[in-house]
Design a protein around this ligand. Structure first.
Ligand SMILES: Nc1ncnc2c1ncn2[C@@H]1O[C@H](COP(=O)(O)OP(=O)(O)OP(=O)(O)O)[C@@H](O)[C@H]1O
Ligand SMILES: [Mg+2]
Length: 402
C-alpha cells in the first residue's frame, strides 16, 4: 500500500503486519513468538513487538529484550515497548509540558513522572513504534503481540478516539492556539506551542498507522483462543467489533487443544475432552469461513526456540505464516435511514435453506443443518429483526427500532 514518508510523499510499503489478540492467558505471546520464529526461518526479516506492559515475550523467547529491537536469531528481531522510554522518544515535548504543569501545581517530581502517563499512551506508543518500523521499510514482517482483547481494541480504536479528543480539547484554530501558547510560555515558561506541534505530528502518524492496520491484506489479525466457554465468547465479541471497525481478521488460532489420542478413556481429562469437542464445533460455527488453526497442548510450558518451532509447525502445517489466510469481510453493519442492515457473508447458500432469528444479543443464522451465531453490537439492543434477504452471496438482515 502507499504510505507517506517524512515529507508526506507517498511511498509504497510491502511490510506485512500480523496482530495476535485474544483473552488473557490464551497464548497470544506464545503464538506471536512462534510465528515470528517460523517466518524468520523462512527468510523473512521479522520484528516481533510486544505491546503488553506485563512483558512475557522475553520469557517466551528465553532471551533478554530491550525497548529497542534486539536481534534474537538471524532475521528475527524482538522488542518490548516500554512506556517511559517511548515517552522520552516520542512524546518528549508533551511530557515536558505535562511535567511542567504538574510541578507548577506543586506536584513533586516522582508523582509528576507517574501522572505524565495518560491513558492510551501505552497503546499510542506501540502505534508510533509500528509507524516508524513501517516507514523505515526495514522488515518484511512485523508481528504485534498485544495485551488482552480489551486493550487491543483500545489500541486499534485509539486514532479515532484521539482525533475526537483533539477536536474537543483544542476546538480553536491552530493559529490561535499557538499565540495563546506563546502568551502562556511568557508568563509560566511552559512551552505550550511546541507541545501542540508535537501532538499534531503524533496524530498524523496515528492516522497513517490506523490506515495501515485497517488495510487488507497488509494487516491481518489472528484471534487466539482456547476450547473453553468464556474464551470463545470473548473472541466472538472481539471479532464482531474488529469487523465493525473494518479490521481484517484472517484466521482463528485454537491453542492448547488436548490431543484425543493421548487421553485414555475414564481418565481425569475424559470429561474435558467431551466439552472440548463441543467447543471446537462451536468455534467452527462462530467463525466460519475463517480458517481455524489448531495448536495442541504441548504438555509443558512453552519457551525457547525449540518448543516455539513445534508450536509453529502445528499451527501453520504447510501454510506460510505471512500468507493471507482469508481476505474478505464476513460481517458488516450499516445504517439505512432509521434502520440498521447487517450483512453476513453466506456464499453457496440457497434462500429456502436460510432461517434467521434474533435471541438477546445474538443473530442466529441457520443454513440447512448448519447453525452460525453472530454477536450483535451493543447499540442494537433496542432494535428488532424485521426481515432478511439473500443476494450475491450476502445475507442482508434488517433491524428496526422497537
Ligand atoms: N500450546 C501450548 N502448550 C502448552 N503450554 C502453552 C501452550 N501455549 C501457551 N502455553 C503456556 O500458557 C501460558 C500463557 O501463554 P502466553 O503467555 O502465550 O499467553 P498470553 O495470551 O500471551 O497471556 P497474556 O494475556 O498474559 O499476555 C504460558 O505459560 C505458556 O507457556
Ligand atoms: Mg502475552
Amino acid at each position: 500500500m502507499l504510505f507517506p514518508d517524512d515529507n508526506g510523499t507517498p511511498v509504497s510499503t510491502d511490510t506485512r503486519i500480523l496482530l495476535f489478540t485474544g483473552k488473557g492467558g490464551v497464548g497470544k505471546t506464545t503464538c506471536a513468538a512462534a510465528t515470528a520464529l517460523q517466518a524468520a526461518r523462512d527468510g523473512k526479516k521479522t520484528l516481533v513487538l510486544s505491546s503488553d506492559p506485563a512483558h512475557s515475550l522475553a520469557d517466551a523467547l528465553d532471551q533478554d529484550l530491550g525497548p529497542e529491537p534486539t536481534e534474537i536469531v538471524d532475521d528475527l528481531y524482538a522488542q518490548e515497548v516500554d512506556l517511559y522510554y517511548s515517552m522520552k522518544k516520542y512524546w518528549g515535548n508533551m511530557r515536558e509540558l505535562m511535567l511542567t504543569v504538574f510541578r507548577w501545581q506543586g506536584v513533586d517530581q516522582i508523582a509528576a513522572e507517574e501522572l505524565a502517563a495518560l491513558p492510551g499512551m501505552n497503546e499510542g506508543s506501540v502505534l508510533l513504534w509500528l509507524e516508524q518500523a513501517v516507514r523505515e521499510n526495514d522488515y518484511d514482517l512485523i508481528i504485534v503481540d498485544s495485551a488482552p482483547t480489551g486493550e487491543t481494541l483500545t489500541l486499534l480504536t485509539l486514532p479515532q478516539v484521539t482525533q475526537w479528543w483533539l477536536a474537543k480539547a483544542f476546538p480553536f484554530q491552530k493559529f490561535a492556539f499557538k499565540s495563546v501558547g506563546f502568551g502562556v510560555r511568557k508568563t509560566t515558561g511552559i512551552p505550550l506551542d511546541k507541545g501542540y506541534e508535537e501532538l499534531e505530528a503524533i496524530f498524523e502518524k496515528l492516522e497513517t498507522i490506523r490506515d495501515i492496520l485497517a488495510h487488507r491484506p497488509t494487516t491481518s489479525i489472528r484471534l487466539v483462543m482456547n476450547p473453553e466457554k468464556m474464551v470463545i465468547q470473548e473472541a466472538r465479541r472481539a471479532y464482531t467489533y474488529l469487523q465493525l471497525y473494518g479490521y481484517g481478521v484472517d484466521s482463528v488460532v485454537v491453542n492448547r487443544v488436548l490431543p484425543e489420542e493421548e487421553i485414555p478413556d475414564g481418565s481425569l481429562f475424559s470429561n474435558y475432552l467431551t466439552s472440548q469437542r463441543d467447543y471446537l464445533q462451536q468455534i467452527e460455527q462462530s467463525f466460519h469461513p475463517l480458517p481455524i488453526l489448531q495448536v495442541p497442548h504441548l504438555g509443558e510450558e512453552v519457551f525457547g526456540t525449540e518448543r516455539l518451532a513445534r508450536i509453529a509447525e502445528s499451527m501453520y502445517e504447510d501454510r506460510a505464516p505471512t500468507d493471507v489466510l482469508y481476505d474478505e469481510a464476513t460481517f458488516e453493519v450499516r445504517e439505512e435511514g432509521d434502520a440498521y442492515i447487517i450483512d453476513v457473508r453466506l456464499p453457496f447458500a440457497d434462500e429456502e435453506d436460510v432461517d434467521v432469528r434474533h435471541f438477546g444479543d445474538q443473530l442466529v443464522v441457520q443454513v440447512a443443518n448448519q447453525r452460525r451465531n453472530y454477536i450483535l453490537p451493543n447499540f442494537l439492543s433496542y432494535y428488532a429483526l424485521q426481515g432478511s434477504s439473500l443476494r450475491d452471496g450476502w445475507l442482508h438482515v434488517r433491524f428496526e427500532e422497537e
